[in-house]
Ligand binder design. Structure first.
Ligand code: MF3
Ligand code: CO
Ligand code: CO
Length: 295
């Protein structure tokens, strides 16, 4: 059927103009939101099937992190963590998205201590007191789930405990703002306000992102910002929140490998990441785990 114009008689036969009748209901039902968000923001709102597919990829991602955690010990190399992630992902019928992504050479990002993100697995052996972020993204049945956690290796020092706890709580506070009608700026503000209030800093150069049908989709999800600014959250939006929090200053540099991002001042950095979907009433975490558990 041809789409009625706003001023045409409503196809339901009420006798009212379409704009004063079913158009309102259609908008409420998200029929035109899908078109609007695609045209205005290039954001692809996900349907029920998409969301189930992303949830399955997300569940696999969480299980991958659980496996890594169970195998973590002093002396394990980050290269061995890569092998664990790679083999488990393949065994489950999925593909590790990082491998060959824009030239990334490994199947997982492993970022130790002052490495903010995009650490490349190598022969470095984890030592007592290190913190290590493991960021996994399997592609399962064409759907992407993206999640990361920062782990303690052996016995953490005071600085390690501080930055890991602040990073975990930053993510939780960001996720708590995910509901229809709030904005991306509300999420960024909540994270920045909390993290800076703890005397830490928020990395600017890397952001959360739409995810699901592709690794990185619009929108960008800033981990800083102002309340009420940015895109309004609507049901079906799927994106990551993944604040990178530094114990010292926010500035970074990228090593000669063109990937590894480290704090400029050498301070510790930690990160947790989840994939979420905006629902009618709030939010569903598609990579379900409690960031604060065990810290
Ligand atoms: N998983 C990272 C993210 O959260 C992206 C890593 S890109 C890679 O967005 F190429 F380094 F894997
Ligand atoms: Co991500
Ligand atoms: Co990630």
């Amino acid at each position: 059927m041809k789409k009625p114009g706003r001023n045409d008689p409503c196809p339901c036969g009420s006798g009212k103009k379409y704009k004063n009748c079913c158009l309102i209901k259609n908008e409420a039902a998200g029929i035109d939101l899908k078109r609007l968000y695609l045209q205005k923001y290039r954001i692809r709102l996900k349907n029920k099937d998409d969301i189930e597919g992303i949830a399955q990829a997300g569940q696999l991602a969480v299980e991958t992190l659980d496996l890594v955690e169970s195998r973590l010990r002093i002396g394990i190399s980050t290269e061995e963590i890569n092998t664990i992630v790679h083999e488990f992902t393949i065994a489950r019928g999925a593909v590790p998205a990082p491998l060959n992504y824009r030239g990334f050479p490994k199947s997982v990002c492993v970022s130790v201590n002052n490495v903010i993100c995009h650490g490349i697995p190598d022969p470095y052996k984890l030592k007592d007191g290190d913190i290590v972020n493991v960021d996994v993204t399997p592609i399962l049945n064409g759907y992407y789930g993206d999640t990361s956690k920062t782990f303690y290796v052996g016995t953490p020092g005071r600085d390690a405990v501080k930055i890991v706890k602040v990073a975990a709580e930053s993510l939780v506070r960001g996720v708590s703002k995910v509901k229809p009608g709030n904005t991306l700026g509300d999420i960024g503000y909540a994270i920045q306000h909390y993290a800076e209030g703890q005397g830490c800093s928020v990395v600017r150069e890397f952001v959360g992102h739409g995810v699901g049908l592709d690794f990185h989709e619009p929108p960008q999800v800033l981990h800083y910002g102002r309340k009420g600014e940015g895109v309004i959250l609507v049901p079906g939006m799927v994106f990551t929140i993944e604040p990178m929090i530094n114990l010292g200053k926010k500035e970074l540099r990228v090593l000669d490998d063109d990937w590894t991002a480290v704090t400029l001042d050498g301070s510790l950095s930690a990160q947790f990441e989840q994939t979420v979907v905006v629902t009618e009433n709030g939010c569903r975490i598609l990579t379900p785990f409690d960031p604060l558990a065990g810290l």
